[in-house]
Design a protein. Structure first.
Length: 149
């Protein structure tokens, strides 16, 4: 009976680890092997790994996140997002709340670099909004981020 319990714990741990990594196209979230993002759902999954490292491997369209209120900002991000020269397009937020952006409230200690933004539409009656970051509660390093016109 004890051997069966241990086996179940091991199998459950393996399945959990596999499902955790299945959220991204590769990587383990470390500096040397960042999580690889290739689609909008993977970009959205950043919110579950807020202090990890990420790299975009494709341009990402958020067109599938435009219905209703649109994109829900990623709050309290403290990790690293390397845009890898790619761009995020079609960001739409329609809300009466404040702190709206790709990254919302509480972003601190984060680094966001090498990233383009295009077709951003934020409609809100609340304050403290921005296309990339709504507000930062500490130092945020933003390098080589551009807006397409």
């Amino acid at each position: 009976m004890k051997k069966i319990s241990i086996l179940l714990i091991v199998l459950t741990s393996i399945l959990f680890a596999q499902s955790m990594f299945a959220q991204f196209s590769g990587g383990d979230g470390t500096v040397g092997t960042p999580y690889q993002i290739t689609n909008a759902d993977q970009l959205d999954s950043i919110r579950y790994f807020l202090s990890s490292h990420f790299i975009l491997n494709n341009d990402i369209s958020l067109i599938t996140y435009q219905s209703g209120a649109g994109w829900a900002p990623i709050n309290s991000f403290t990790g690293n997002l390397n845009g890898n020269g790619k761009k995020i397009t079609d960001l739409k937020i329609n809300s009466s709340s404040a702190y709206m952006g790709l990254f919302g409230n509480g972003t601190a200690g984060a680094t966001i670099s090498n990233l383009g933004l295009d077709n951003i539409n934020i409609v809100t009656t609340g304050g403290f909004n921005g296309g990339l970051i709504a507000t930062a509660t500490g130092t945020v390093v933003v390098q080589k981020v551009w807006k397409y016109f």
